[in-house]
Design a protein around this ligand. Structure first.
Ligand SMILES: [Zn+2]
Ligand SMILES: [Zn+2]
Length: 379
């Protein structure tokens, strides 16, 4: 009986503490432990991008998704009892990135707003600037290389190096680190912007790459992938989107490099936690390298352990490729050899370790369009 009373007392005390934590805003931060952990949420905003990061009571929101997802983003943060956003970052001012940020500027206290230094001719841009002004803030345009302490880690500004007329190319990209773990978000940054990031000399290695421009072929160059060497790629795009995102070229590169893939169009909101050493995800990668318009990568690497059905796909694509090759040969276009694995095209069917029985020919222009590069040994 005494024991029971003790237990009830303890229960009531816990209950009261829990309530105090929920009801009193000044206690909200106290419920966060300084445990060195960081959690990254890739929100399922359909065709757009929104990434929420939490660490030791601090909050960073990178983009807010399109208009249609604005209320979802606000309620997602509210459910997590977030009352203040420490860093609100607008990669650029296109509708599918900035809309949800306007909702958040209206719903939360914001301490810092970071964005690119250009004017977008849209009412959304005006609303965003009004929201920033209503917080008594101005948009900060930090130089490339600027570092910010955040939670148990930090983030570094990677772009834009200069402002162009193209909205996407102005995207503010960041590299976020927590101990040994690192993430890169690039908004809709294009090849040129990626090249600037590579030549900046800033460390671009990362565990997780938020794939640029929803997997469009205008982003994710080979050079950028070679500089970032991510273990995981997360693609934020809408199911059945009108742009065919993610594009075949991008998915082939990710597949060729054996990068594990998560996709919001297939898996919804994806959450990954870092303890400073390792990552834990709320689900397994889907590793679906099919493009938004339904094409699977040709020459799927056999070393990546794909299921049997993928080999069947490969057989089919080889057949169609050789038919195309025959017809193209008549028009005398230069033909190259593609191996069953790898990312290069060859002048001979048996270069290096490639299996000549599985190699096939296709026009040079087609190989280049698919992202294959010339083999340095035979070309
Ligand atoms: Zn976009
Ligand atoms: Zn854009």
């Amino acid at each position: 009986m005494k024991n029971l009373r003790k237990r009830v007392g303890r229960f009531l005390l816990m209950f009261a503490m829990l309530f105090a934590g929920i009801l009193l805003p000044q206690n909200t931060k106290a419920v966060w432990a300084a445990d060195g952990s960081m959690t990254v949420h890739f929100l399922d905003v359909g065709q757009g991008l929104s990434v929420l990061v939490e660490s030791e009571g601090q909050t960073l929101l990178y983009d807010g998704g399109p208009r249609s997802a604005s209320s979802f983003v606000v309620s997602y943060l509210q459910e997590r009892q977030i009352s203040e956003i420490d860093y609100l970052i607008s990669s650029h001012y296109d509708e599918d990135h900035v809309s949800g940020l306007i909702g958040c500027l209206n719903a939360f206290d914001v301490a810092n707003v970071i964005g690119a230094d250009y004017v977008h001719d849209s009412s959304l841009y005006d609303s965003f600037m009004d929201g920033v002004a209503a917080q008594g803030l101005t948009v900060q345009h930090p130089a490339v290389g600027t570092e910010y302490e955040f939670g148990s880690g930090k983030f570094t500004i990677l772009s834009p190096q200069n402002i162009s007329k193209e909205s996407n190319a102005n995207s503010v990209a960041i590299r976020l680190t927590n101990g040994e773990n690192s993430f890169i978000f690039t908004g809709d940054a294009d090849y040129n912007s990626e090249a600037d990031m590579v030549s900046s000399g800033i460390d671009l290695s990362c565990d997780v790459l938020s794939v640029g421009h929803h997997g469009s072929a205008t982003s994710t160059s080979w050079d950028f992938l070679q500089a970032t060497v991510p273990e995981y790629a997360v693609i934020s795009c809408g199911a059945g989107n009108m742009y065919g995102h993610p594009h075949e070229e991008t998915m082939e590169k990710l597949s060729d490099m054996g990068i594990q893939v998560y996709r919001t169009d297939e898996q919804g909101t994806i959450v990954v936690s870092s303890d400073g050493n390792s990552l834990s995800w709320n689900m397994d990668p889907c590793n679906d390298y099919t493009s938004g318009d339904g094409k699977s990568p040709a020459g799927e690497s056999e070393t990546q352990g794909f299921a049997g059905e993928q080999y069947d796909d490969q057989g089919e694509s080889n057949d169609t490729d050789s038919i195309e090759a025959d017809s193209a040969q008549n028009s005398q276009e230069e033909m190259v050899w593609i191996s069953a694995t790898g990312s290069k095209y060859h002048s001979i069917p048996d270069c290096g370790n490639m299996n000549p029985d599985k190699a096939y020919q296709e026009p040079l222009s087609q190989a280049e369009a698919q992202g294959y590069e010339a083999c340095k040994k035979c070309f």
